[in-house]
Design a protein around this ligand. Structure first.
Ligand code: FRU
Length: 665
């Protein structure tokens, strides 16, 4: 009942209707037109488009332009007065930033004679966001309704060393919304800005997305919008352990270099106070929508946020409550919407669990992203012991691929050896009934650290997948270093004869340097090649097994440590073994181990091909052109930079060996 009443009451709108402004009240003319300046602190050079200051901190402007006081000559004073208007509403709202001394820099409301009616400085200086960041405040003018008045921005601070100027924007005369005095997204950004340089960088990757500080899990809202790739992620800035979930945000032009953006969502409303859990994004009518799981313990509902610029997100409220689930379903395990469009309708696949503990995925339909109807159960599975987390859907020709991350999925020989696993099903989704008809299924990645994959379509038509390169219920050596979690190198997917193939995104090739090649290397015991070493490398070769029973490569190899990647002829398995890597990872007691994983491959002509990406503390192994992959983190010592080939039981040959350093500055 509580869930339903909150669900109905939780809708906020983007902007109040009928906002009243005065001439150039948001500086959108690009000049100070309409305002009268006195003194040197207020010139046209201060009307700025930059959304970041010199230190990379966001101003959080509204629209294209805002007033950036720091662009005036240092130590100057002055006033800037608007045209006259009649006070009609109770509150005048605007954005304010900088102005370290609110007694010297402030915004006044003055009457026609210039007498001050009310005043507001940046009383939250340094609290809400970084110093230059603006946040919304209001001035109460209810006692002055009907009077003629003007906005007068005052800079009476001649200092030049401590934000002695004001940033202001977007004056609204009849403001009806809330103030943002304590903005949790900006507080997160401030924390990042002050703490990210304090983390220990020993295991930091160089070409994988990672949290700037704190904890990262699932990728969220992976997509393309506003001319960039967009990657959000489950984020807890304040510690390297999972905590109240925010959505962190990165943008990229090439899926390799990620630019940190302001935190997109924080658990800051009455309907998501316990967390903004995973979800996806969709672009509709030039706006970007995030559909995420709003958590108000113990309830999980689906909520929507929207953005005009892909930077600032406004929550629209709850849109699907857990009352809209089948009667035999858990009301508290209902999460991770994958939103997509088919024809004129929007659909959402949502992770769920029956009361009997079976994982299931539910389908919902909407015409406008706001009103949703339940369609049916897409898939229900006995083999899980928990929820089917993070559903995803990709389409290849006339086939749909349903992707999910089942908790506690039963191990099947070498497949699903992790306690929390990953799975894809090939078939078709019937959007009328909701049913997904399965033709075949398989594991996506068989390594130790791969979870919660999401796919997106790139502008050039590729299906690209990203995933969390970490695993639940494991010891995490980087936690002591102030961070945890990373993303895989994004992969291009294709479906060949009902089987998913994965290739690293081609954009990574632009970062190759220092090529080393060797046509053929005989390995009988152990062998190495000069120049083939390092921990930020791409390595590819064909392994001709010859008479060997087992052969492969030792990575992160040093005097005391090594991680093995090899093919074992007797079992027909490719194995990754990090048991001697340096730092022992422990798992949940329910997992058979947290060191060795297997993948069965199709071996032709007694040979297997490998393409391996190492990045400081990770190894991504692509076998036989992406037929199978093994992704695992490896925590070794800084001196473990060796790469050595080995064979057992006979001699093998390494052919077409190529090594590149991957260098991303
Ligand atoms: C998967 C998951 C999701 C949930 C999120 C919370 O890793 O458990 O189901 O939305 O993490 O951080």
């Amino acid at each position: 009942m509580l869930a339903l009443s909150l669900a109905l009451g939780g809708c906020a709108t983007d902007k109040p209707i009928g906002e009243k402004r005065f001439e150039n009240s948001g500086f959108e003319r690009g000049t100070l037109r309409g305002w009268t300046a006195e003194g040197a602190a207020f010139g046209d050079e201060c009307v700025s488009v930059d959304n970041k200051d010199a230190d990379g901190n966001y101003y959080y402007k509204e629209g294209e332009f805002f007033f950036s006081g720091g662009k005036a000559p240092k130590g100057t004073r002055g006033t800037l007065t608007s045209e006259t208007f009649t006070i009609e509403g109770d509150k005048i709202g605007f954005l304010i930033g900088a102005g370290s001394d609110p007694d010297k820099c402030y915004v006044s409301i003055v009457d026609e004679k210039g007498n001050e009616l009310a005043r507001r400085g940046n009383d939250e200086f340094g609290m809400a966001g970084y110093y230059n960041s603006m946040h919304r405040v209001v001035i109460d003018v209810s006692a002055h309704k009907g009077k003629k008045a003007a906005v007068k921005i005052v800079d009476n601070d001649a200092g030049n060393d401590n934000f002695n100027y004001l940033n202001v924007d977007d004056f609204i005369l009849n403001y009806q919304g809330e103030t943002e005095e304590v903005s949790k997204t900006k507080a997160a950004d401030k924390y990042i800005s002050e703490n990210s340089s304090k983390i220990n960088a020993q295991y930091r990757h160089t070409y994988h997305a990672m949290p700037p500080v704190g904890w990262m899990n699932d990728p969220n809202g992976f997509g393309y919008a506003f001319g960039k790739y967009q990657l959000f992620y489950q984020f807890h800035p304040y510690s390297s352990a999972w905590g109240p979930m925010h959505w962190g945000h990165y943008q990229s032009s090439d899926l390799v270099k990620w630019e940190l953006m302001p935190t997109a969502l924080a658990p800051d409303t009455a309907f998501d106070a316990n967390g903004c859990f995973s979800g996806t994004s969709i672009v509709h009518n030039d706006k970007m929508y995030l559909m995420y799981t709003a958590v108000l313990d113990p309830f999980q509902t689906q909520a929507l946020a929207v953005s005009d610029d892909g930077i600032k997100f406004t929550k629209r409220g709850r849109v699907i409550s857990s009352d809209a689930t089948p009667p035999d379903s858990s009301k508290n395990d209902f999460r991770d919407p994958k939103v997509f469009r088919r024809g004129d309708s929007f659909y959402a696949l949502i992770g769920s669990k029956s009361n009997a503990g079976e994982g299931q995925i539910l389908l919902y339909k909407s015409a406008d992203l706001m009103q949703w109807q339940y369609v049916g159960v897409a898939h229900r599975d006995r083999r899980t012991n928990g929820i089917y987390e993070c559903p995803d859907l990709a389409t290849f020709g006339d086939k749909d691929v349903l992707i999910t991350s089942p908790q506690g999925f039963a191990t099947n020989e070498w497949r699903h050896e992790n306690l929390h696993s990953n799975l894809y099903m090939v078939g078709n989704l019937n959007t009328e009934t909701g049913k997904f008809t399965i033709e075949s299924e398989d594991e996506i990645d068989s390594g130790l650290d791969f979870y919660a994959p999401q796919t997106m379509s790139s502008p050039d038509g590729r299906t690209i997948m990203i995933a969390w390169m970490q695993m639940w219920s494991r010891s995490l050596p980087t936690q002591a270093h102030g961070w945890a979690g990373a993303m895989i190198l994004p992969r291009e997917l294709s479906l060949v004869n009902g089987k998913l193939y994965q290739k690293p995104i081609r954009e990574i090739e632009a970062y190759r340097q220092n090529k080393v090649e060797k046509d053929s290397l005989t390995v009988n015991g152990e062998a190495s090649v000069e120049g083939v070493e390092g921990t930020t490398v791409e390595l590819s070769f064909t392994l001709d097994m010859g008479t060997a029973s087992r052969a492969g490569v030792k990575i992160f190899a040093g005097l005391d440590h090594e991680t093995l990647v090899y093919y074992d002829k007797a079992t027909d398995l490719v194995v990754i073994d990090r048991s001697e890597c340096g730092v022992r990872i422990t798992g949940d007691g329910k997992e058979k181990d947290a060191a060795i994983r297997h993948a069965k491959v199709d071996v032709k002509n007694n040979s297997v091909t490998f393409r391996i990406f190492l990045d400081k503390s990770s190894a991504e192994v692509f076998i036989n052109d992406g037929e199978r992959t093994l992704t695992s983190n490896v925590y070794s010592s800084p001196s473990d930079t060796g790469i050595k080939f080995f064979s057992q039981g006979g001699a093998a040959t390494v052919r077409n060996l190529t090594k590149y350093d991957i260098v991303v500055d």
